[in-house]
Design a protein around this ligand. Sequence first.
Ligand SMILES: Cc1cc2nc3c(=O)[nH]c(=O)nc-3n(C[C@H](O)[C@H](O)[C@H](O)COP(=O)(O)O)c2cc1C
Length: 378
Amino acid sequence: MVDLTVEFCGLKFRNPVLTAAGPPVRDSIRIKKCIEGGAGGIVTKTISVKAADPYIPRPHMAEVRGAFLNTELWSELPPEEWFNKHLREARVATKAAGIPLIVSLGYTADEISKLIPEVENYVDGIELSVHYIGVDPKPMQDSIRAAKKSGLPVFLKLSPHPGVDPVLWAKKAIEAGADGISAINSFGPVLALDLSTSIPIERVKGLPVMGGDKGYGWLSGPPLRYLAQRIIFEIAKALPNIPIIGVGGVSCGRDAVEMLMVGAWAVGVCTAAILYGPQIYGKIAKEIAEILDKLGFKSVEDVRGYTIKNWSKRWIRFKSTPPKLYTDRCNGCKLCELSCPYDAIKVINGKAKLFTEKCFGCGLCVSRCRQGALEMPL
Ligand SMILES: Cc1cc2nc3c(=O)[nH]c(=O)nc-3n(C[C@H](O)[C@H](O)[C@H](O)COP(=O)(O)O)c2cc1C
């Protein structure tokens, strides 16, 4: 049996799959659904000193091909509603489930100082969003100091803005008193168009899917995971004992395990819960257990930072080395042949055949093969 529990900063999570700030945790009703869906811990939607409505452009959420866009800002609910209702109800529900409740707060030190006395009695930790306070680390440090007055564990949520050096920011956050890092927030701004022609729509096409004066949005979902993983990896190497909640594009157990391997202590999930519902938390946790069991890991802690520990074993070569071909596993699907730019692999009589003299060692066929019939040698 794989041990899925994780503990850091004095918080004990029943599994490493937490909610990430966004619509799935926009109020206490949805928070309860995430708990029922199996979340290992709760991070709320970001609360600030005033409601984000009426500043939220409409439309402000869209599924685009392979990704997700939003321009949602922070909670659209008045903060008083959080203080008087949602946090109290979330407190009761998380206590009953035996999981931590982390409140996401934003943004400036002044705002955080006003929010802390209203929330500190209901929560086990604070996640600080600094998405809108620029690329100078000083205001971020001031916000952390304001949050630390609560005496609660504080996680800085990093935004992958161009101009923000994640390792420098993580170090500065810890220097200012943060206990951990959440990485990362959505990336942008980006632009996507409503060019779908599959359903008839009256109005003009080729316009932004997002509303607002610019029509730009913030990217989340699967493509973000690769950026998140690089950032988590760099922070984990630089600050090995600092807990990291890895956020960005996790939608299945395999994604989560990769994130743990690069150094996350737990993962946060937002977009996948929007697209597939709150049961996704328990499903991802179950898949993590199955994968760890298959790979021979006994616990989440066991797999954490596995990539960093084994870094010296990666491929470091600059000359062509053809893949190994296990012909018995080949089903003749031709994906390898279709994609090989060097004509170095062909399916003949239903089985792949390698022409090693033509192979440039690019490795693409290995990633295209669904049967495990090709493998890059170390
Ligand atoms: C619709 C939407 C609303 C979000 N709102 C917040 C927010 O209020 N505060 C915050 O720190 N992050 C917010 N995020 C960012 C997510 O918490 C998360 O960092 C990001 O989307 C990447 O994770 P994902 O790919 O699992 O969604 C939001 C994301 C989405 C998609």
